[in-house]
Design a protein around this ligand. Sequence first.
Ligand SMILES: [Zn+2]
Length: 243
Amino acid sequence: MSVRSGDLTEKWYEYVYRDRGESVRRFVEEYPDERSLSVSCERFGHDYQFVRPLLADPDDALRAGKAALGRFLADDDREMQDVYLRVTDLPGESEVALADLRASHLNSLHAVEGVVAEVGDLRPKVVRAGFRCAKCEDVTRHVAQPGREFRSHEKCPRCNSVGYLSFAPDASEYVDAQEVRLRDPAGSDTVPVLLEHDLTGSVSDGDEMRIVGIPRANRADGTTVADLWVESVSMECLTDSNR
Ligand SMILES: [Zn+2]
């Protein structure tokens, strides 16, 4: 059964934003300097028409959640698709062991636990890409860039020319990104996890982590077999809370 994304947007507003309107309004005002908002799954109660699509199709559900933030915008010249909704406290059914991640888990929302085995460097990641048109010279479109795959555009929305747009690095927005490898606490399997923005720079080797994230497949050209990695949605350091 599918739930229309308009309904999901309405539910986000109702469950998550409405009764804390003042703090959400402040968040929207601070955006894009502020781009991370914590959302506990407990807010959704037992509405399976919300929780089920969130777990099964988080891309769609999170898009609806970001769209619902638009209600707090004074003018809607800018979409908020490049904010991070840090969803925590998933229901138990979403938990999976790192070593058990399989194709069936791809692109759905899960909680995993692991020990940090390797911490990568901080690198800038495009979150909002500008494109310059070689014909009309305008930088016209800023496209939100979730995940790892770069989204480009062919058609200039200003002059309608096709094939003249090129990525404009200087007209784009960036956040920090960092890849860490998490090891299954019960074995030797490791999985790369991509941390972005406020989640970066705070973990060290040996930390025990709990990650809410979306397992993804990274396919290299010319092969059908992909590498698995996890796009993080929220993160909790279990080592700290145990101290
Ligand atoms: Zn143009």
